[in-house]
Design a protein around this ligand. Structure first.
Ligand code: ZN
Length: 443
């Protein structure tokens, strides 16, 4: 048995009552939270092998990034100032297809490293069509919790030929991958059905994925939807109906489906999302950089649709720091609705934690600091100039702090990052491999 007490000036639980414990602590045994309370009481009731002190620290449930593409991280800074379809066809897809097996591993590991460094303990990740085993291995190696899977594409709408696979082969690969990876690593890794988007997926494939999703426990469909007006127009030409209507007819909506973006919907489509309990991931940096539009998060929340928060990939962000997504999500809604009261910091923090966990159907295990839940959590250092003074720790988490203020990150009871050092990931090795790829691209 390994146990640890983690202290904090402020312990933000994100539980049902939104409890904040001043001068608090949690007691972790192996991979789970066994006790939570005031620092004094935890030390009185328990003694642990390790104590992580909490002076000038906030303790927070691990951030849940509900939409990422770790494998695109080596393309950071290569695809700036382009519209979605050009961005995909000219840079991102050729880049993804150029990766060797080792580059898929390196790119994905770099993405997971950045997420861990900035407080993300769980992500919902799309790999590329080729060599996805190497991306899943990177997730296993990094220590992060993830729903993850290969990217699925069986229709060519101007994409690189070698990305497009036969529907039958995709189905075979997916079923093999589920057997190899789903619910492995003590359930830290779950396989995901990652249909890229309707322009690259046939109706036959989407229907097949819906069948597979229903035949296996705890598997979700993850796809992009209604991100960009031009993309929506192309889907309407290809499918003869609007995006969400098409997904509904393909039986691809429901509480085991998460849609990235969900910006351009009419009222019928909003109601379809609501009626089917489909999950939305809002990705404010990506939507801003690609000039896609501003997702009406307030409308979804008013309708009781579950919305998580995501970074999307490094080429459209260009970082994977969920602190920036929290801040921008709040600011964009205020601008969209010309209303300073929408998406306050308390709501945004919950989107990045417990609501993200609900969006991924993982909220029984993660998303809040509660007895019995997995020890997925992180400390933020509030001693630096950007966090002085401090009146409200949640305000600081959303509006003032950044991922660089993260001091310690734990997943499944294991410390993955502490005092500016990764404990498992070899950063120097990652840096050298990323430089090799950079030089290769520049040749
Ligand atoms: Zn995406």
């Amino acid at each position: 048995m390994s146990d640890v007490i983690i202290e904090a000036d402020y312990l933000i639980t994100c539980n049902l009552t939104n409890a904040v414990i001043q001068d608090g602590a949690v007691y972790v045994v192996d991979d789970r939270i066994k006790a939570i309370g005031s620092r004094k009481h935890i030390h009185k009731d328990f003694s642990a092998n390790v104590v992580i002190e909490g002076l000038n620290k906030i303790l927070v449930p691990g951030l849940v990034n509900t939409h990422s593409h770790s494998v695109q991280t080596l393309l950071r800074g290569k695809a700036d100032d382009l519209a979605l379809i050009d961005w995909l066809q000219k840079i991102v897809l050729p880049g993804e297809t150029s990766f060797t097996t080792d580059e898929v591993h390196t790119s994905s590991l770099l993405g997971f490293a950045e997420m861990i460094r900035t407080g993300t303990t769980t992500c919902n990740d799309m790999l590329t069509t080729k060599y996805s085993d190497y991306g899943i291995q990177a997730a296993i190696d990094s220590g992060i919790r993830t729903r993850i899977g290969k990217m699925l594409m069986d229709v060519n709408n101007g994409f690189p030929d070698d990305m497009i696979e036969h529907t039958e082969k995709i189905v075979e690969d997916v079923i093999k991958d589920i057997g190899d990876y789903h619910q492995t690593q003590k359930n830290r890794i779950k396989y995901s059905l990652n249909a890229r988007f309707l322009l690259s997926c046939s109706p036959q494939l989407m229907k097949k994925l819906s069948e597979i999703q229903k035949n296996y426990p705890d598997i979700m469909i993850h796809t992009h939807a209604s991100e960009n007006r031009e993309e929506c127009a192309q889907v309407e030409r290809y499918y003869g109906k609007s995006y969400i209507r098409a997904l509904n007819e393909l039986d691809a909506l429901g509480n085991q489906t998460i849609l990235a973006h969900g910006i351009w919907l009419d009222d019928v489509e909003y109601n379809l999302i609501k009626q089917t309990d489909t999950r939305i991931t809002h990705n404010p940096s990506s939507n801003s950089k690609l000039a896609s539009g501003i997702c009406d998060v307030s409308k979804y929340l008013d309708m009781d649709v579950i919305v998580g928060l995501g970074t999307d990939g490094a080429p459209c962000n260009n970082n994977l720091d969920m602190f920036r997504e929290m801040r921008l999500a709040s600011f964009l809604q205020k601008v969209k609705h010309l209303n300073e009261r929408v998406l306050p910091s308390k709501v945004v923090l919950k989107m990045a934690t417990i609501e993200g966990a609900k969006a991924l159907n993982l909220d029984k295990e993660i998303g809040s600091l509660e007895i019995g839940k997995k020890a997925d959590l992180f400390q933020v250092d509030i001693s630096d100039v950007n966090c002085i003074p401090l009146y409200d720790p949640i305000s600081h988490l959303v509006y003032s702090a950044s991922g660089k203020d993260v001091n310690m990150v734990m997943v499944d009871g294991k410390i993955l990052f502490k005092d500016n050092q990764f404990t498992i990931i070899d950063l120097q090795n990652l840096r050298e491999k990323a430089t090799l790829y950079q030089n290769r691209w520049n040749e």
